[in-house]
Design a protein around this ligand. Structure first.
Ligand SMILES: Nc1ncnc2c1ncn2[C@@H]1O[C@H](COP(=O)(O)OP(=O)(O)OP(=O)(O)O)[C@@H](O)[C@H]1O
Ligand SMILES: [Mg+2]
Length: 258
């Protein structure tokens, strides 16, 4: 019997009277690419916050690789191999692309404040960071921008850097929040190619929140749809695309607006 890599059971989170995430349960098998879709305010980002430890659920349990991670701090969840990237590009303006990647690795390998490491461990951590950063520069197609400060990059490359920083920590699963938001067509295609490589070449499972439905349906082998905090559809892209509840909740609102 194989175990789910990630399993949510009855997870809920309220903000005052708003049920942002309402009794959500699902399990994801190892190494899959899952899309998480739904209208604005459906609870997608809140669900990521609950899984990766930025926020506590009011009820329910979350297991990763068989261990209950509910209530764990984000650093501990990341150490266990579950990381995320963010809806907006977030970089330290004065650091170069290479330095961003090295910092991401240092955080993961050290697992402790650098100031308390021995000189030998510090050197080993630095060497590891340099090696992994060099690999990620090539893997994510950022080698030409390696020595540029992150703030000078086009927005699409800043978001690619955000994903590369998450991958640099060598997770087992990446949760990506709207990787294509704010990107033009060429940048979106580049992000999609990177995600395929993350999955096919690195064997990392992905859950991708995305409003670009054609992109997410091409990329994912399974789609989970939320509306008003509740799971309303779960299946293959083909099945969800034709699900009346999904069409009503997701496309109905934009059809009304048109
Ligand atoms: N920290 C918070 N405090 C209060 N309310 C919040 C907070 N975070 C989210 N909410 C509310 O919870 C609901 C779900 O928000 P969430 O950001 O998870 O939606 P989303 O599906 O990610 O939407 P979008 O597609 O616009 O990013 C919304 O009604 C939102 O206003
Ligand atoms: Mg969101």
């Amino acid at each position: 019997m194989t175990h789910a890599q990630l399993e949510l059971k009855g997870v809920s989170r309220n903000f005052g009277g708003i049920k942002a995430v309402d009794n959500v349960s699902f399990a994801v098998d190892p190494g899959r690419i899952t899309g998480l879709v739904g209208p604005n305010g459906a609870g997608k980002t809140t669900l990521f916050n609950l899984i990766t430890g930025g926020m506590r659920a009011n009820s329910g349990t979350i297991h990763f690789n068989g261990r209950e991670i509910s209530g764990w701090a984000p650093g501990k969840v990341a150490q266990a191999g579950l990381v995320r990237s963010f809806q907006t590009a977030m970089t330290l303006p004065e650091l170069t692309v290479r330095e961003h990647l090295e910092q991401a690795v240092l955080f993961k390998t050290a697992g402790t404040p650098l100031s308390i490491l021995s000189a030998r461990k510090l050197r080993a951590a630095r060497d590891e960071a340099r090696t992994v950063a060099e690999d990620m520069l090539t893997f994510a197609g950022l080698a030409d921008s390696a020595d540029e400060v992150a703030a000078s990059l086009p927005y699409g490359l800043q978001k690619i850097l955000g994903v590369a920083m998450a991958i640099a920590t060598r997770p087992r699963m990446l949760l990506a929040d709207e990787p294509a938001a704010g990107l033009n067509g060429a940048e979106t295609a580049r992000m999609e190619t990177l995600f395929r490589a993350v999955h096919n070449e690195r064997g990392i499972a992905l859950i991708v929140i995305e409003h670009d439905l054609p992109m997410v349906m091409r990329l994912c082998d399974r789609i989970i749809a939320l509306s008003q905090g509740q799971l309303i559809a779960d299946g293959t892209p083909g099945a969800v695309r034709n699900d009346p509840t999904f069409i009503e909740a997701y496309l109905g609102s934009s059809a009304d607006a048109a």
